[in-house]
Design a protein around this ligand. Structure first.
Ligand code: NAD
Ligand code: TDX
Length: 331
């Protein structure tokens, strides 16, 4: 199989490339990535001689057309992904997430190439902290932020291209990922690297917001199940029953890193901060036989801490700029 991976130099995409080459070594992988601030050549360095790496923007029609035409399937990860950045400047999110997905869709329409579109649970908005329910495939879209509204827009474009043009696409909406190569702007790596560099951990507001954590390899294994056996036109929710409030996650990190439980600062809360995400992934489990393997969150966090401790050369050069940006925002 000739597979095109957009955004393959980002956190989830790079882990997807590594997983693919580990488990399906015969797959011929091409990565298309614009190498924004979030793209990393180092993340792909260990497999550089086994993939084709194209530097380019997913809004570049001719480049996307040529690569899609030469592929049997596309897994579309490329996007702007950080909610706080979207609040500060939404324009790149419209560009990459909406126009970029449109460009990919037009190419798969022309070539009849199979597409899997990677999306987020944030398209469903949020749940009340005391709501017993979880998101399902039929939960109405209700995005809150400039990030999630552009991801929702992209999902709706995919659905329309399936219905109107017969594009062979599936969609997955996954909860919060953690693991190696996640950018230090995101919650878990930010706290780990703050502590490793002698800074204090930073919690938005009171830390009562709940996220549903999944290891990146479990997410990517689910993407492979959907790519292989998913029903065209369907949306699959991906989650591993990992709901935790931010304060609990932070306290676990502090304990695992031998810090005092109160060794953190409360900082300015995020505007419009979604309260709670929770995924019901029973369709994926029952229909496609997927189940997560990283079910012990604490040991997943311990491995992630070890990875950041051992890979300061990867994240160190990014850290000061990210923290300077947060400081300007009072976070
Ligand atoms: P990331 O920010 O780490 O990586 C994004 C990658 O896309 C980078 O390599 C970047 O260079 C590339 N990119 C951005 N704009 C591009 C463009 N216009 N053209 C080409 N490449 C471009 O993101 P991530 O956390 O790996 O997320 C990957 C995908 O998974 C996204 O679509 C995101 O919405 C989705 N997702 C993420 C999570 C999560 O917890 N991180 C959860 C659910 C879904
Ligand atoms: O320093 C911080 N302190 C803090 O309390 C940061 C960076 C975040 N937070 C909070 C905000 C959220 O409630 O932690 C939670 C997680 O924050 P992020 O890592 O920014 O993730 P989130 O906003 O939940 O979105 C993530 O999951 C869904 C990804 O960034 C998205 O791309 C994905 O779609």
């Amino acid at each position: 199989m000739r597979l095109l991976v957009t955004g393959g130099a980002g956190f989830i995409g790079a882990n997807f490339v590594h997983l693919t080459l580990r488990e399906n070594p015969d797959v011929d992988v091409t990565v298309l990535d614009a190498f924004t601030y979030a793209g990393s050549r180092e993340a792909l360095a260990p497999v550089a001689d086994r993939i084709r790496l194209v530097t380019g923007d997913i809004t570049d029609g001719p480049v996307v057309d040529a690569l899609v035409g030469a592929a049997d399937a596309v897994v579309h990860f490329a996007a702007e992904t950080h909610v706080d950045n979207a609040l500060a400047d939404p324009a790149p999110f419209l560009h990459s997430n909406v126009i970029g997905t449109f460009t990919v869709l037009e190419a798969v329409r022309r070539h009849g190439t199979r597409l899997h579109h990677v999306s987020t649970d944030e398209v469903y908005g949020d749940l009340a902290l005391d709501d017993p329910g979880r998101f399902t495939e039929s939960t109405p879209y209700n995005p809150s932020s400039p990030y999630s509204s552009t991801k929702a827009s992209a999902d709706l474009l995919v659905r329309a291209w399936v219905r109107s043009y017969g594009v062979r696409a599936t969609i997955s909406n996954c909860s919060n990922n953690y693991g190696p190569y996640q950018h230090v702007e995101k919650f878990i790596p930010r706290q780990i690297t703050n502590l490793l560099t002698g800074r204090r951990a930073k919690l938005y507001g009171a830390g009562a917001n709940v996220r549903d954590w999944i290891h990146v390899d479990d997410h990517n294994a689910a993407v492979w199940r959907i790519l292989a056996d998913g029903e065209i036109g369907r949306t699959y929710l991906i989650g591993a029953d990992g709901e935790r409030d931010n304060l609990s996650v932070l306290r676990t990190l502090l304990r695992l890193m031998d810090r005092d439980p109160d060794d953190f600062d409360h900082v300015t809360d995020r505007a419009g901060h979604d309260l709670r995400y929770a995924i019901d992934a029973s369709a994926l489990r029952s229909e496609l036989g997927w189940k997560p393997t990283h079910t012990d969150f604490e040991s997943g966090l311990r491995a992630t801490i070890d990875w950041y401790r051992d890979n300061e050369s990867w994240w160190g050069p990014l850290k000061n700029d990210v923290e300077a940006t947060y400081a300007r925002r009072g976070q």
